[in-house]
Design a protein around this ligand. Structure first.
Ligand code: IMP
Ligand code: MG
Length: 181
């Protein structure tokens, strides 16, 4: 039994992931030239995307990590738990929040709120995937890798109960895996 057997269909291939990262890297490098870019990745799902994206960025940047969680299995609890803060003081920095997926938007709205009083020069959002149909918070991403339908996806950092993060592509999880939830 391999991880691939639980994938109903592939949504973003490895080739497409590379193209997306190159395009976003170009756009971000152009927009942040001469600024004090601080890439903030949201653990754990966004680490794979962060590692690819930062290597496509050609201007100066620093990186840091925050951790929150709001998911239990395949369902959002709607309550965000704060788990890890920044190590770097973002005073005067142009923060770019790097997220794996923007779904209800509750997580990013919460993080933007947490960062609001830290004197950052700007706060923007880069989401690898965007599921706009399920949005609950008033938030959108400034940079989007790919807009996808409202299906539960795994791979490329995204998990279901901490599994499947190591798949090199994004796939739709076969509903039989979580139907017993
Ligand atoms: P939001 O707060 O609903 O926007 O959810 C954001 C977080 O929920 C993401 O950073 C993911 O960690 C997780 N998430 C949302 N949708 C999915 C999915 O389809 N698969 C895996 N994780 C997801
Ligand atoms: Mg996440």
């Amino acid at each position: 039994m391999s991880l691939n057997d639980d994938v109903k269909k592939v949504l973003v291939t490895e080739e497409e992931i590379k193209e997306i990262c190159k395009r976003l890297g170009r756009e971000i490098s152009r927009d942040y030239e001469g600024k004090k870019l601080l890439l903030v990745s949201v653990l754990k799902g966004a680490v794979v995307f962060m590692a690819d994206l930062m290597r496509e960025i050609t201007c100066d940047c620093q990186i840091d990590f925050m951790a929150v969680s709001s998911y239990s299995g395949s369902k959002t609890t709607g309550v965000v738990k704060f788990k890890k803060d920044l190590d770097i003081n973002p005073d005067g920095c142009d923060i770019l929040l790097v997220e794996d997926i923007l779904d209800s938007g509750i997580t990013l709205a919460y993080l933007k709120n947490v960062l609001r009083d830290r004197n950052a020069a700007s706060i923007k959002v880069c989401a690898f995937l965007d599921k706009p149909t399920n949005r609950q918070a008033d938030i959108s991403a400034d940079y989007v890798g790919k807009v996808i339908p409202d299906e539960f996806v795994i791979g490329y950092g995204l998990d279901y109960n901490e599994k499947y993060r190591n798949l090199p592509y994004v796939g739709v999880l076969d509903p039989r895996v979580y139907s017993a939830e």
